[in-house]
Design a protein around this ligand. Sequence first.
Ligand code: ADP
Length: 295
Amino acid sequence: MNGNWKYIEQRLGHTLGRSIRFKKITPVDGGCINQAWHVIDQDQQSWFVKSNHIDLLAMFEAEFQGLSALREARCIRVPKPILYGVISHHCYFIMEYIHLSGRPQQALAGEQLAKLHCVQVKQYGWIMDNSIGTTRQCNQQQHKWINFWKYQRLRFQLDLALHKGLARKHYQKGFELSERLEEFFTDYQPQASLLHGDLWGGNIAYDRSNQPVIFDPAVYYGDREADLAMTELFGGFGKTFYASYHEYYPIDEGYEVRKNLYNLYHILNHFNLFGGGYGAQSGKMIEALLSEIND
Ligand code: ADP
């Protein structure tokens, strides 16, 4: 960013309607995709700034909209997005900085996520595509959840994976699975809930008042089980989180099987992003899911 901070100061000042001078700029680690900084201005106000190559501007636009949608729901604390834009070959994104140094209050996080999932609409999908990692996530709105998951989630990642070298046998089984999705939904009709969309343990933290904060979303309206499944994928969410979620909004018992269907999307995406053992892991998950409906 080096020579670009003056311009970003000006843009932020223009948006806020007051003069801004950055006094301290500190890199922040922990992101998977972007460079990030904690910036403090002349009034000791903190800002969180992310930057990447200009080609990823649409990703910031979608993140801005996603954070805005989650904030409007007023269920869980979400950083306020301020502005995004382009400077030379970079795009940048400025949002409220939140000190994420609090103690986990998992029960509260579970309850607040359940409340978020009570925000429901009629159609699955969202107003725009966004990204899952750096992979495009399609969100074309539609009324049939099974079709949504089949074409815009499972098949999208499967086709990309074939292109990236997924073993053909895994692809074929995955395709068969995508043709039989109805069998996982025989007596379950998901609601179109507002989802974070990328809710692994690295995208939730606690502010200085120990309030849960969620960030870096891949928002869409879909089956809340997809969000819950992802919380289980890489850990970080404890028993009290789930107990509290279930108390507020009980889940269907078929979740235990469907969660693997939902996490398959993320494992395929990991194969598409990182390759390696995620291909074989996807193959195993597909086999296990098919065995559930072959019994
Ligand atoms: P990336 O888009 O590269 O994955 P993140 O949005 O996940 O980056 O941010 C990287 C890290 O910065 C997070 O893991 C979190 O610790 C911290 N962080 C994210 N958003 C904020 C914020 N608004 N205020 C303070 N810290 C933040």
